[in-house]
Structure formats: structure tokens, C-alpha cells
Design a protein around this ligand. Sequence first.
Ligand code: ZN
Length: 108
Amino acid sequence: MDLLASLLQITFIFLLFRTILTVIGGISLSKRLKESRRNSGTESVYDISDNEQATDAAPRHSAITIEMVRDDICGRYVARNKAYIIHSDDEDHYFCSWECRQKYLGQE
Ligand SMILES: [Zn+2]
């Protein structure tokens, strides 16, 4: 009976050990997958927001400094995060409104 008990114990420990190894292996594998995903595919920085309206929201108190950019068409200054952006000729062009953006595209 003692032999059977110790055999069972050894089997149990072996199985436990194997489970731990599988878990550790799984974690390192998923880490590797995440890293390869991070390295592949650089996302485009420039976003021509076709759907979003560049509306003037109420001014908020925030620590973030808002960069102002000049509209090439009408000369108005708009907050960069609200401007319509067109990236062409290795330059960014900003527009206060959809209309100005369309005018610019018509000029080209
Ligand atoms: Zn404009």
C-alpha cells in the first residue's frame, strides 16, 4: 500500500510540474506575440477627419497647450486638434472648416 501511495504522489507532482511549465510557456508565448504585433505595421499619423465636424467647443481649463495652426485658404487660426488636415507634398495643410478644405482640394 505504501508503494502505491508514493507512486500516486509522484504522478501528482509530475502532473503539477507539467501544468506549471505549460502555464509559463503560454505566458512567454503570448508576450512574444504581443511584441511582434507591436513591431509590425506603423500606423498613419495623419488623419483627414471626413466625418468629424471641427466645431468650436466651449473653452475648457486644461494644462494642455493648444497649438494654433493657420488655415491656408482663409488665413484664420484654428486649434490643431480641431483643424481639418491634408497631408500633401510632405507638408501639412490645416483648414478651419470643411468648406476651406474643399476649396483647397479644388485649387490643386
Ligand atoms: Zn478657413
